[in-house]
Design a protein around this ligand. Sequence first.
Ligand code: NDP
Length: 282
Amino acid sequence: MNTRLPTITLPSGQSVPILGQGTWHMGDGKASIAMEVDSLRQGMALGMTLIDTAEMYGDGASECVVGEALLGRRDEVFVVSKVLPSNASHQGVRAACERSLSHLGVERIDLYLLHWREEDTPLAETVATFEELKAEGKIGAWGVSNFDVADMEDLLAVPGGDRVAVNQVLYNLSRRGIEFDLLPWCQARGIGVMAYSPLDEGRLLRHAGLIQFARARNLAPAQVALAFILAHPGIIAIPKAGSAAHARDNREALAIQLGSKDLAALDAMFPAPRRKVPLEMI
Ligand code: NDP
C-alpha cells in the first residue's frame, strides 16, 4: 500500500496528512499500553503520522503512550497536544508546555492547541505566550479547539490571532452543524479544521442505517464515516483506534470515493444543517 497520504498545508506552512490518529483514553488502564502503542505504530507505518493528544487525557498518561510510540521515530510524526483553559495564562501555558514536552519525550510540539475557551484568561495573553513558545522552538505552530465562529472572530481581533493554524472541533455524520458556518468560515481563511470524534466516539458504528449502507458497498461503517468527512476540503480527521486492525481499517477509508448518489443517501440519513447550530462539544 502507498503510505503517502494526501496532505494539506496549514497557514503555518506545515504540511500534514488529512488522516491522523486520536489518543483520548489511551493510557487510562482500560486497554494494554503495548496494544495502544502497537496501534499508533501501525497507523504511523501506514502514513497516519499526525497524532493528537492533550495534557487532559489521563492527566498526561495519553501523552506518555504517544511518547512511547514515538521512540526512535520522532521525525516521522507531527505531534499535536493541547493546553487546558485553566492553564491558559502566560505562566500556566509555559508550565503546561514543559510538562507535555517531558511526557512526550520530545523537544518540540508541532502544533499546540488551546483545548477550549474560558473567559478567565484573555485570548491575547494565551496567543502572546504561544507566539513566545514558537519563537523559542518549543512549539511549531498553535491553534485552538472548540471555537465557534464568534470565538474565531474574537481570536482574529487580538494581536497575532491571525496566526492560528487550526481549529479542532467535533464533526461527524451525526454532528454536521459546522457545515453551516464554521467550516466555510475556516475554509475561506485557509485555517485547518481538525475533526475530532469522527466516529462519534464509536456510536456511529452502531447506527443501523449506516451499517446497512456500508454492508451494501462491502465497507466497514467506520470507513464510510471517515470517507464522508475526508470528502470535504481543508479537513483533517483524527479517529482513535485502539488496535492495529482498526488503524488499518481506518487507513483504508482514504481509498473510498463516495459518489453523488452515496452522498445523497447519507444526507437522507444524516441531514445537513439548515440553520446555525451552536458548536457542540464533547
Ligand atoms: P472516535 O470518534 O475516534 O471513536 C473512537 C471509538 O471508535 C473507539 O471506541 C474505537 O474503538 C472505535 N473505532 C475506531 N476505529 C474503528 C474501526 N475501524 N472499527 C471499529 N471501531 C473503531 O472518538 P474519540 O472521541 O476518541 O475522537 C478521536 C480523537 O479526537 C480523540 O481520541 C482525541 O484525540 C480527539 N478529541 C478531541 C476533543 C477536543 O475537545 N479537542 C474531544 C474529543 C476527542 P477501539 O479503541 O476498540 O479501536
